[in-house]
Design a binder for this molecule. Sequence first.
Ligand code: NAD
Length: 314
Amino acid sequence: MKTKNTNKIALIGTGFVGSSFAFAMLNQGVAHELVMIDLNKEKADGDARDLNHGLAFASPMKIHAGDYSDCHDADIVVITAGANQQPGETRLDLVEKNVKIFKNIVESVMDSGFNGIFLVATNPVDILTYATWKFSGLPKEKVIGSGTILDTARLRYLVGEKFEIDTRNIHAYIMGEHGDTEFPVWSHTTIGASQLSGIVNLEEKTTQDELEDIFVNVRDAAYHIIERKGATYYGIAMGLVRITKAILHNENSILTISALLEGEYGQDDIYIGVPAIINRDGVRNIVELPLNEKEQKQFKHSAETLKAVMKKAL
Ligand code: NAD
């Protein structure tokens, strides 16, 4: 059998998030081909034309608008299509509209003969990733949600600001729902090689208040941005490129994404944000951190919240 030596990404949804992802893909030279698909064909075509004009300043890449039949030989289908949060709306409020949209999208992708990896960012991302897994019939390893990758990046940025250390040296995770019940895993936060608990006294009230402020800023970041500019897209676009790279370059990177749990963290039959090892096969395995009692309770609460919404929607 002839093996293909180029990487192809199909992007479904070329709105704020999708077009920012395309722009970041072009700038980082991650794939050889990007096909852009949207209900609004004119928008997808306009974006592809605009991006092609950047090729003189980037690495060679084939970028074009297309349709679902173009997904058949894609390595990854990235889905950023659907309704987004309006001011005051939670991510879970979007579930009904977006599950309907996803049934059509995922079935159309599968009808093309697609056998690659799905990467989902549309909200509520954990539930829509579960829906993609169900609708596609693909193995769980090949269906990934962006989960808490963005929230984790926000946390790393704010902790880096507080300690005046490069964000890239902050190792910290937000786990759980990408939404209001997510939580920070302070018990496994390190700055460089030092445990946070060795740098500050986690039992001290002032420290606890400061860390809580950081977390609240992470949790509510999307609301703050949506109030100011209507949508969030650059951060998640770069997070999606990060996951895409980990897959295409077979990186075995640990990223917080939404993966299917089958007993890990005491949960079953749910997609939720957890650290996982990502490589060319998708999710190699889930990293099970020994959470402390408070974190275990927070994880359980987050999973139960998602399950209650999922029960009604699917
Ligand atoms: P947007 O409205 O700018 O873009 C959505 C696009 O989807 C539009 O171009 C629309 O034409 C297209 N679309 C709608 N239905 C479609 C269908 N059936 N088939 C093909 N295309 C279709 O929205 P946005 O700001 O880009 O946000 C997209 C999604 O990403 C939202 O659900 C938003 O909540 C989510 N989001 C997720 C994260 C995250 O961390 N996971 C972060 C930011 C936004």
